[in-house]
Design a protein around this ligand. Structure first.
Ligand SMILES: [Zn+2]
Ligand SMILES: [Zn+2]
Length: 431
């Protein structure tokens, strides 16, 4: 039998307690030791000076207290686009920290299902993605990877209305009173998750490449020698190496990728290491598209670009039986947060989504198209040519055939412009 523990040990302080500072002489005070993960989550961004809630201020570039005006520097550094990238291995995946690193709440939207992370003190009641106020709050479960880098907000919420108004005013094919919609829009600043990938793609391609040659042949019909173009096909092979840096892949499913793409570029020189302080007073969304799914999508895109690079090596426009064997190496991934303002604006009982790049102020979104204006413009483009050709046809007997030809040409040009116009209007109105 092993020696029984000393009586002191049984009455001793449990291991999970540590000695803390005592205000009384001769009395030792022990308190429960902060658990590593709790200490990590304990940051709640209360102002140490007055106890009010602080928030990250884009203008100051640091956490400030709106109550007493105190400014608190964040413990991060600017790393730029050369930020260390995590290697794409299981090892680093398992050791990557999870959660936001501060106390936050999750808002789950009962209408669209989106989960948004908010500061615990924020009395948020609306979903930034669909505008619904049927949201349920719950304690955040820190199971997602913690982002390693982010670009802080540089644009303030107050600037959003001006940016939106300028954007709504742009172009002529929209309703004239659309600008008013900017004043009704509620802008929510939110950090969205993005994956970026680095890889070097080495491709070996093989294809039949055709070269044109003109040859003489005897035409039986006209019993004369004529020339014709023929294509000689030969197998060719080549190597192509394409390096990819910062291949950006969206990790949210709540905003159309075409809108997010229009917000690019982000200046990755301004990347800083993640600090939960940047999220103080702001919303954030953890990634909805996981690493593997995003990597698969990024690989497809990189493969397509490598294919394009291989085609660029082939000077001939005649290519058939093309195949590409692509090898990926030097792969790395990062999880970033990028700043975005989201607003849903109403126009004639319809809702449209508007997004603003929180770093550059670039705006993207959907606009209702004033189709009456568009069709009037199309008519103005097409009718003169048609009318001229019509008159030309009527007067054809009196030798005005040229009028028909000129009218026809004007019609073709007008119609071509009209087609482009209608296509553009359809893209702009895509909801
Ligand atoms: Zn304060
Ligand atoms: Zn929603």
């Amino acid at each position: 039998m092993s020696a029984s523990p000393s009586p002191f040990a049984s009455a001793a302080i449990p291991e999970s307690f540590v000695r803390v500072e005592s205000k009384l002489d001769g009395i030792t005070v022990y308190a429960p030791a902060p658990r590593a993960d709790q200490a990590d989550n304990a940051r709640n961004f209360k102002c140490p000076n007055c106890g009010a809630t602080t928030a990250f201020d884009p203008r100051a570039g640091s956490v400030t207290c709106s109550n007493c005006g105190s400014v608190y520097a964040l413990n991060t550094r600017q790393v730029g686009r050369n930020a260390n990238e995590l290697e794409f291995t299981l090892d680093t995946l398992n050791s990557t920290p999870r959660g936001w690193g501060s106390t936050r709440r999750d808002l789950v939207c009962e209408k669209c299902g989106a989960t948004t992370s908010v500061a615990p003190t924020e009395l948020a009641t609306t979903c930034p993605f669909c505008g619904s106020n049927h949201v349920a709050a719950r304690t955040a479960v820190p199971d997602a990877f913690r982002p390693r880098y982010l670009i802080p907000f540089k644009i303030e919420r107050a600037q959003c209305v001006t940016l939106a108004r300028e954007w709504l005013e742009r172009g002529w094919m929209y309703p004239r009173d659309l600008v008013r919609a900017a004043y009704g829009a509620q802008f929510t600043g939110i950090y969205l998750s993005f994956w970026t990938f680095r890889a070097r793609v080495s491709g070996r391609w093989r294809a039949e490449v055709g070269t044109e040659r003109s040859e003489q042949y005897f035409d039986m019909g006209s019993k004369t020698f004529k020339r014709r173009q023929v294509i000689d096909w030969r197998w060719r092979e080549g190597d192509v190496v394409v390096p990819f840096e910062n291949q950006l892949a969206t990790a949210t499913t709540r905003i159309a990728p075409r809108l997010l793409r229009r917000l690019e570029p982000y200046d990755l020189e301004e990347l800083v290491t993640y600090d939960p302080g940047y999220l103080a007073g702001w919303r954030a969304q953890s990634y909805e598209i996981g690493l593997e799914q995003a990597w698969d999508a990024a690989r497809i895109e990189m493969r397509e670009k490598t294919r394009g690079a291989a085609f660029a090596q082939i000077e001939s426009p005649h290519v058939r039986n093309f195949s590409l064997n692509a090898l990926f190496d030097d792969e790395a991934w990062r999880l970033l947060l990028l700043p975005v303002f989201i607003a849903a604006y109403q126009f004639q009982d319809k809702t449209y989504q508007l997004v603003i790049n929180g770093q550059t102020g670039k705006v993207a979104g959907d606009k209702p198209v004033a189709w009456l204006k568009v069709w009037a413009f199309v008519a103005a483009l097409v009718v003169p040519g048609l009318a001229l050709a019509g008159i030309g046809l009527l007067l054809a007997r009196s030798g005005s055939g040229w009028l028909f030809v000129v009218g026809g040409l004007i019609f073709i040009v007008g119609a071509a412009i009209a087609v482009v116009l209608v296509q553009r209007a359809m893209q702009a109105g895509e909801a």
